[in-house]
Design a binder for this molecule. Sequence first.
Ligand SMILES: NC(=O)c1ccc[n+]([C@@H]2O[C@H](COP(=O)([O-])OP(=O)(O)OC[C@H]3O[C@@H](n4cnc5c(N)ncnc54)[C@H](O)[C@@H]3O)[C@@H](O)[C@H]2O)c1
Ligand SMILES: [Fe+2]
Length: 389
Amino acid sequence: MSMGAIPAGIAATTTPVIEGWSRPLSVVRPNRIEFGPGKAALVGEWAEAQGISRTLVVSDAFNARRVDLLALPGSVTVFAEVKPEPDLPNLEKLLAVARSADAQLVVGFGGGSAMDIAKLAAVMVKETRPFHDLVGVGKALEREVLLAQVPTTAGTGSEAGTRALVTDPESLSKLAVESVHMLADLAVIDSDLTKSVPPAVTAATGIDALAHCVEAYTSRRAHPIIDMYAREGISLVGKYLARAVRDGEDVEARAGLALASLYGGFCLGPVNTTAGHAVSYPLGTRHGIAHGLANAVIFPHTLAFNAPMVREKTADIAGRLGLDLRDLLASAHEFCAGLGVEMKLSNLGVPQADLARMADDAHAIRRLLDHNPRDISARQILDIYEAAF
Ligand SMILES: NC(=O)c1ccc[n+]([C@@H]2O[C@H](COP(=O)([O-])OP(=O)(O)OC[C@H]3O[C@@H](n4cnc5c(N)ncnc54)[C@H](O)[C@@H]3O)[C@@H](O)[C@H]2O)c1
Ligand SMILES: [Fe+2]
């Protein structure tokens, strides 16, 4: 008997249908997640207990200056040159350092940029194949080193996931490597580390976390196990993002956003993003706009574009963010602009003449767009760019 059939003689119940529940879902999480302000030194304690004497820390210039907060034992090699939106040359440079460091533990210490390429350093240190052979799902070698992740922005949720994104400077596209071997043994989410994030980066990265939750929640692949995190992540951003932008020292707001970011990370693995991210990517790959900022500029447009196909969930999102459903585009735009985000592509250095090319690039990102709740053509993506110009 099919699950939907009601046997003769048995009255239909009023139990609500939970959409998507029967779709199989695989959920993986880091072995251990430590959450809470002031927890950074736990990385060192844990490393010591594992008998680690050689560690490689993968970091950006800002965070590299405070690696001592991790209290790591033994010899510590610090790669301090992670670039925002890392590209293949940046990864190659890191791999050369990783090979000579011969570390037993790799720690990603920074935003999504540092954590993503830390994952790759951990699985590629003994790799002989070129990077392109690893692109896709399940191609990375089993890792022989331990991996810990310590986020310092509240945005990507990369600490919780199996994916890493690297820009290919030749094709100007983001290449995604996904493997269970890139999942951390330990994730330490110490929201105090985010107190130094400047207001503009706080706003942009916070909207990235929001976009992860919203896009997974409204995806064709949405699943109740993940919806739960998505809803809560959206509420946390609604409650705390403006507060953290206004006052970076607001520890409650910083902790709330760190949690929203983690929940966004939970959304990414099994469900992932849709049009918001696909339409954002060319802004970064072709014009160097930071990932969070690109997402913030596009967020109102894809939210409003998708709304007719996911009415109830969109109403729920609007309620959690305090948006006006009657004019969702304007209201979501005001939400982002009110956080100080520059919302005009023309003011972000994007030339109008490139919009059509960007739309074609975005439209080709089928791994995301195929799950968008509403089909979107290259022309409709171009309309979004023109509206945001
Ligand atoms: N793996 C995933 O699932 C996933 C998800 C979303 C995004 N990403 C990737 O993550 C990258 C973006 O990461 P991000 O948004 O966290 O930005 P980021 O890591 O590039 O950091 C942004 C800037 O903030 C600085 N910074 C970081 N922490 C700071 C702190 N505590 N105080 C002051 N400055 C600080 C960095 O030095 C950098 O200049 C992109 O490459 C994107 O593709 C990955
Ligand atoms: Fe993102």
